[in-house]
Design a protein. Sequence first.
Length: 448
Amino acid sequence: MRTLISNANIVNEGKIFCGHLVIEDDVIAEVSTDPIMPHGNYDEHVDATGCIVMPGVIDTHVHFREPGLTQKADIASESRAAAYGGVTSYFDMPNTIPQTTTIEALREKFEIARQNSSVNYSFFFGATNDNFSCFDQLPKEHIPGIKLFMGSSTGNMLVDREEALQQVFTKADMMPVVAHCEDSALINERMAAAMEAYGDDPPIWLHPTIRSAEACLESTKTAINMARKYGSILHLAHLSTAAELQIIDPMTQGDQLPQITAEAVVAHLLFSQADYDTKGSLIKCNPAVKTITDRDELRRALSDGRICTIATDHAPHRWEEKQGGCRKATSGMPMVQFSLPAMLELTDKGIITIERMVQLMCHNPAIRFGVRQRGFLRKGYKADIVVVKPHTPWRVTSEIIQSKCAWSPVMNHEYQWHVEHTFCNGTHLLNHGKFDEEYRGEPIFFSR
């Protein structure tokens, strides 16, 4: 199978250039800057005139809810949503039922994905206070790393003992530790005070006061100190405050990333505290969406090296579960279908260049986690490719949403960038809205 993508504005490795891509079976056979279209016989030809062509997005932080929470979402529905959004690879988080904290549970997830995932997949292994002894049995070439909840009450996945934290950081053995950092003690104190003042379910605008910037900063400091002490690779999930960004060392140019890096997620880049007035609990997530100062500092950090990757923390819930205030409404929102159009909107506003956006959504995820042969448009790499068209207005409606929950905090928003084509391992998975229902993605491999 030979496919030609011609007349493209290709964004790759810090450059934009006019050219053509040739796909042979599942890999990229040629990336051409020659203005003359490559000769030859092709089974398929995509004319990308006026479009941007880039590597498929690697979303390193999603919650696809399977197994055990499939009333909210499942791997089939959410991987389909990913493909519609130009996401060709994802790393799923361990807080499912059962939690991905045993080798058996990890194997079960891979089997579910093998049967049902439309795009490429892998799964974090979750740390607990007492499961670090099995880290040396993990299939390190098949998983992105260890997920550490330092401030979460997700079942028994809150790792809060000093000895257990030490074991997690030392036994990760060159696998990145991805840490959710919030101080539970501070959060619990703030929640108790809010309930005393406002009743059983404090109003939603108090969420960033309860899950405060202070709670984030204290826990992030602990994680950084642990990583430095034990020489571990640390990737800080969903930074949400200007204060945390002040203690992050900016990255330098090149393919070598520092020991400690940070992720920003779409919710904290799009929304601020003012949006609780109109969107209410639909933007409730952990860590909380905070002040406009925090949001704007996160946006600046996209370009100055303090933020390494952009992800979604895609976390669907049923509509009825999102109703209520700080205590009753669930935390999390579905964004995997809309992250690329949303970030391209930030390029239109001059907040980030399109070259930098591709670095943060495609290249750096591959570099940080050691993804093999993905994340770049290079000869011999897997043909995970997205074609997006500017100046193509479309509105988010429930009919367009592919996630099982059928809602989004960006409902009714009009985007100007549209995902025209998604190729996954050379397969034309999405073609002007026509979706290949039969195709299944591949497990991702990692270099360790």
